[in-house]
Design a protein around this ligand. Structure first.
Ligand code: SF4
Length: 618
């Protein structure tokens, strides 16, 4: 098999049992890798209602065939598990080197189960797999953990993937970090790793699986890189990173502000792309094999010191720790982002929870005594303190660590009305009232409100955005018509397949040059297969349906495919004034979406749909 070793490394931490299993080409063709492998194995091995933080839950790191090369972040990895935040299936893609490194040890995937009786880390090379005692690492942040391990093994090239104290403390939106700067951010993968008493995974390897046509791969990479260098949209991404989104989001009236009460920010000029470049930016970084380089290096000294080793805040973090909290200070954003990264906490969930608490204080549901400090809109010190008490689970931080849904149910007093989540996952930084497709994507995404499950409406306002996928007609971001087809297609293509290969999602967004045709060509050159675009899309559809079957088995149905009530309120100002997304409009989109998916009225795949997709399920 080109592009694969056909080997899965399995580690049972309870029994300290390390063993291998294999898969064949038929399986590889059916699920490709990454999220496809993860979802198949989770569906097959996790009984319904398994406690996500119990030893029975699995944590799956799965590579794909493109991990065999290094191109546009293809050395990343997919992390799949049952989410402690939602109780549903979750996949989080992590850029960086871990996927390439795992491939280089001779394995395509790592499946973890059980729970170690003491804190440990896992060390994987092509010759050995060891479970190593890690008492001295427990309680350390991401940076210290990485430094201690690298000094101990005396190999600066090793890839260290670890959790911080949030994961150790089972903060339900704790994340996993690799090489300090790449995160499996959403859904609580870090809490699952912490529940297994696994602090880190250290990987060193030199093996590479064979690829089918190395010369033609080089030619294709050269062609795409040339197009990237001459593409205006890639140039903007390269210059501003994802900060290119902040100003336009404000202008269009889709920038979540004051816990989604507003969608424009009075002080946008203090935190837009130029403001961030001029205040805290000290450089850029690239993922391996990427000619764009959109990642920020930031530094600050006053009033808070921020060191440049970790990942700077990208758009989601800027928005969730900035306008969402009415915070207009780039240094506070950078410091809050740094704390989240050091402790290993998802910045989107953290920002949404802080904004929920701020609104509770504003409305008199919580008082200073409940928190132990003052937390008013826009106050930097309060934002940073809230992050501390969540990560350490101190005082009310213990409740906030459970996610905004659980916290609001506990705090009550009507605060559920401003707890912004879908199925328990906090809403990302795109207000769907001004982009209706994103609303449908949030409502139907497998892991709850997920902005990476489908491309965003703005990319389809011009004609011929993705003609290979039948997306030719221009669509306003505000229109409802056509959005069910758009979302269904892009969930299968962009949401799933980028994580299956894996490859970075950004260069796939039109008009950028990584088109479906080029992506499928690359897959075929690596594997020696003859996939068509239709067959490629069907793998995405199959995987999405498998995820839906998992969620349905957990009790998810149509009534869960919904949005926070706040989105039914009509926006009164900004570029989306007059827009809302109420339950009637969502119902109309859902009816069409279910029809296109081949699902019944409750959102369950029809038997014919499963048969067409070759899904062997009960
Ligand atoms: S575009 Fe950005 S996130 Fe994507 S591979 Fe390049 S540097 Fe990484």
């Amino acid at each position: 098999m080109y592009g694969y070793h056909g080997k899965i490394l399995k580690v049972d931490l309870t029994r300290r049992k390390i063993y291998q299993e294999t898969f064949d080409e038929k399986f590889a063709k059916k699920y490709i890798g990454g999220v496809g492998f993860g979802f198949r194995w989770l569906y097959d091995t996790l009984p319904a209602k398994t406690d996500p933080l119990s030893p029975e839950n699995k944590l799956i790191f799965a590579t794909g065939p493109l991990c065999s090369i290094s191109f546009l972040g293809s050395t990343g990895i997919s992390v799949a598990t049952k989410s402690p935040l939602t109780g549903l299936i979750a996949d989080s893609d992590m850029r960086g080197r871990m996927g390439g490194a795992l491939k280089a040890t001779g394995y395509d995937a790592l499946v973890l189960e059980g729970k170690s009786s003491e804190s440990v880390y896992l060390q994987i090379t092509e010759d050995s797999v060891d479970i190593v005692e890690a008492k001295d690492l427990w309680g350390k942040d991401i940076k210290e953990t990485q430094e201690k391990i690298l000094s101990k093994i005396n190999d600066r090239e090793a890839v260290v993937t670890s959790i911080g104290i949030a994961g150790e403390n089972l903060v339900k939106y704790g994340n996993i970090a690799s090489d300090l700067r790449n995160y499996a951010g959403r859904g609580g993968t870090g809490a699952v790793m912490g529940s297994k008493n696994l602090k880190a995974i250290v990987i060193r390897g030199k093996l590479r699986p064979r690829v089918a046509d190395a010369d033609k791969i080089r030619t294709l990479i050269k062609e795409v890189n040339h197009l990237i260098k001459t593409d205006g949209s890639c140039d903007t991404l390269s210059r501003y990173g994802t900060w290119n989104t902040t100003g336009p989001a404000d202008f269009k009236g889709i920038l979540p502000t004051k816990n989604f009460q507003k969608t424009t920010f009075e002080y946008i000029d203090k935190i837009d792309g130029d403001a961030m470049l001029n205040s805290i930016s000290v450089g850029k970084r690239s993922c391996p094999g990427c000619a764009i380089g959109c990642r920020h290096v930031v530094k600050a000294e006053k009033p808070y010191s921020v060191f440049p080793d970790l990942e700077g805040p990208e758009y989601e973090s800027v928005a969730s720790l900035g306008p969402l909290l009415l915070n207009a200070d780039p240094v506070v954003i950078a410091k809050a982002n740094e704390l989240c990264n050091l402790y290993g906490m998802d910045t989107i969930s953290t920002g949404v929870i802080i904004s929920y608490v701020m609104e509770c204080v504003d409305r008199g549901v919580l008082a200073e005594d409940d928190l132990g400090f003052n937390l008013k809109w826009g106050e930097g010190e309060g934002i940073l303190k809230t992050i501390e008490i969540i990560a350490h689970r101190q005082g009310i931080g213990d409740i906030l660590a459970q996610g905004v849904k659980a916290a609001s149910e506990k705090i009550g007093k009507g605060s559920e009305n401003w707890a912004m989540h879908v199925k328990g996952l906090e809403v990302p930084m795109h207000d769907p009232r001004g982009k209706k497709g994103m609303g449908l994507a949030y409502a139907t995404a497998l892991k709850g409100a997920d902005h990476e499950s489908s491309m965003h409406d703005e990319a389809f306002e011009k004609e011929n955005a993705l003609p290979d996928l039948g997306l030719k007609e221009p669509m306003s971001r505000k229109q409802f018509d056509g959005k069910p087809f758009l979302v269904k297609t892009l969930q299968d293509y962009w949401g799933i397949m980028s994580d299956a290969l894996p490859i970075c999602k950004f260069p796939m967004i039109p008009p950028r040059p990584l088109t479906p045709a080029r992506l499928v060509k690359l897959l075929n050159l690596v594997t020696g297969w003859n996939f068509t675009i239709e067959e490629f899309l069907q793998v995405g559809e199959r995987t999405f349906n498998l995820g839906r079957l998992f969620d349905a088995r957990e009790g998810i149905s149509r009534s869960d495919d919904t949005l926070p009530r706040r989105f039914a309120e009509v926006l009164s100002e900004g570029g989306s004034a007059g827009e809302n997304l109420d339950s009637d409009s969502l119902k109309t989109m859902l009816d069409e979406y279910y029809r296109l998916r081949g699902w019944d009225n409750e959102g369950r795949p029809y038997p014919e749909t499963l048969k067409r997709l070759g899904l062997e399920v009960d």
